[in-house]
Design a protein around this ligand. Structure first.
Ligand code: ADQ
Length: 466
């Protein structure tokens, strides 16, 4: 079996001992790395005065993690700049928030070159190389330019935007051309792949062959759909752990018989938190008889705090939750509990299990793992109801959820009423269909699907010696 080299912006070191608090992606990648032996390379999250390219290696059995520090300017231009002020908003259809700066472009290119320069000596012939996400789109081309002839795959965790939006990126052509250095390019859903294909066919004079093959500029890649899953077995187990039971009891005690509606998201404008609060407010105003019988818990740990759009959304949500609570709260009831911190996996699973309803209503999302975690955490005999945005990639696999348009406060309010009044038999029927796909298409299935496509790719004559 080939050794695996994973390259992503950040690296998750193997957990110390049992019961680590890793996300599903880390669990799956580490499992694949352990199975074949491998290296996981990325940024340490630390900054240094001057870039040295010095690698910090950590070995854990057959897995080696390797991290480098970046200069402050790199972090500003590559991470906070091109990745999170340009690509993230644009790829989530938020052109109003997208910033175009030439320094961001050059910082992004520089860090991708730095990644390539540092990792190339670590890559051995026969290794499978798997690059992750929008931070590193040009990395495959940089590796080819340095003579790497291995099979290289790329997986995009976020949506691919429609061609009309993509064209607003000044460097769109160069960015997309660089994807043709890979052997396999993976997307979360058929919708994102369709948008990518449309760009290739209409803007690059490309052509389409069998089995997802796309050719442009004399180079061929295989573009596939590989929806990411969660570590379902581990999450189901976490939902019945002591930590989960304890969290659930805390929730029940503080709920005093009220139904809990939960939301769990990174504090990000793509997650539709403002629209969710407004939908909930519409539910409260339209259903006075239900006021006092439900409450919403929104957990939203801050992220990317150096980017001003994230500071603004935080201030906006503080204000909005305060206004709704000010308007509807009573002496013994607060309609929204809004918490800005993260919770360990066991506690989170307990909170999901205590919730009668989950609101997972992003305005746009590559996949959304919270929807799958909520389903995995439910009590099979008395499951809660998932309200899911039609614009989350997860909706393609989770049609038995109550699907909503998150831009419509009325539709959201109606969906909350539907969920709260849903008979147990229907809740069980929907949940059984949902858990079936969450179990079948878990994160290990996703990993295998991608790596099988990559292994099957014919070795291409792409490498050009430096
Ligand atoms: P994210 O945008 O980060 O990921 P998501 O898929 O929702 O979004 O995953 C968030 C993860 O963070 C979940 O595992 C969740 O449990 C965890 N989390 C959120 N709030 C938490 C809290 N308060 N405490 C503890 N954990 C918390 C990107 C894309 C997604 C895609 C993933 C994976 O934007 O669309 O699903 O990558 O490909």
């Amino acid at each position: 079996m080939s050794r695996l080299v994973v390259i992503s912006n950040r690296v998750q070191p193997p957990a110390k001992g049992a019961g680590g608090n890793q996300g599903g992606l880390a669990v799956a990648l580490l499992a694949a790395l352990r199975a074949n032996g491998g290296l996981w390379f990325g940024w340490s999250g630390e900054t240094t005065e001057c870039f040295t390219g010095e690698i910090d290696f950590q070995r854990d059995g057959r897995v080696v993690t390797a991290t480098i520090d970046l200069e402050r300017q790199d972090v500003d231009e590559y991470y906070n700049g091109f990745a999170n002020k340009t690509l993230w908003p644009l790829f989530h259809y938020r052109i109003d928030l997208t910033e175009f700066e030439r320094e961001f472009d050059s910082g992004y290119a520089r860090v991708n070159r730095r990644f390539a320069d540092t990792v190339v000596p670590q890559v051995e012939p026969g290794d499978l190389v798997w690059v992750h996400d929008y931070h590193l789109i040009p990395l495959g081309q940089e590796l080819r330019d340095r003579g790497i002839a291995n099979r290289i795959g790329f997986f995009l965790h976020i949506p691919w935007p429609p061609t009309g939006l993509m064209l607003s990126l000044p460097s769109h052509r160069k960015l997309v051309e660089s994807l043709f250095a890979y052997d396999v390019v993976g997307f979360q859903t058929a919708d994102w792949l369709d948008s990518f294909r449309d760009y290739v066919l209409t803007q690059m004079g490309g052509s389409e062959g069998a089995d997802g093959r796309l050719t442009a500029g004399g180079r061929t890649i295989r573009a596939i759909v590989a929806p990411i899953g969660i570590e379902t077995a581990g999450f189901e187990e976490a939902a019945t752990s002591d930590a989960a039971r304890f969290a659930r009891e805390r929730m029940y005690m503080s709920a005093t018989g009220r139904s809990l509606i939960v939301g769990v998201d990174r504090l990000d404008y793509s997650k539709g938190l403002r629209e969710r609060f407004l939908g909930y407010e519409r539910f409260l105003s339209g259903n006075p008889e239900r006021q006092g019988l439900v409450y919403m818990l929104q957990i939203a740990p801050p992220s990317r705090e150096k980017v001003s759009a994230y500071q603004e959304i935080r201030a906006d949500l503080d204000e909005l939750s305060g206004r709704i609570n000010g308007e509807y709260a009573d002496i013994d009831w607060v309609p929204i509990r809004y918490v800005n911190k993260g919770y360990p996996r066991g506690e989170l699973a307990g909170i999901y299990r205590a919730a009668r309803v989950a609101l997972v209503t992003p305005l746009r999302d590559g996949m959304n793992l919270v929807a799958k975690e909520y389903v995995a955490a439910q009590d099979p005999a008395d499951p809660g109801v998932l309200i899911l945005s039609r614009f989350a990639g997860a909706a393609a696999q989770m049609q038995e959820a109550v699907l909503v348009n998150p831009y419509s406060a009325e539709e959201m309010a109606d969906a909350i009423v539907t969920a709260l009044s849903m008979p147990r038999a229907e809740r069980i029927r929907r949940w059984e269909a949902l858990i079936d796909s969450v179990r079948r298409e878990d994160v290990h299935w996703w990993c295998d699907l991608f790596l099988t496509a990559l292994r099957d790719a014919a070795v291409k004559e792409k490498a050009c010696a430096p």
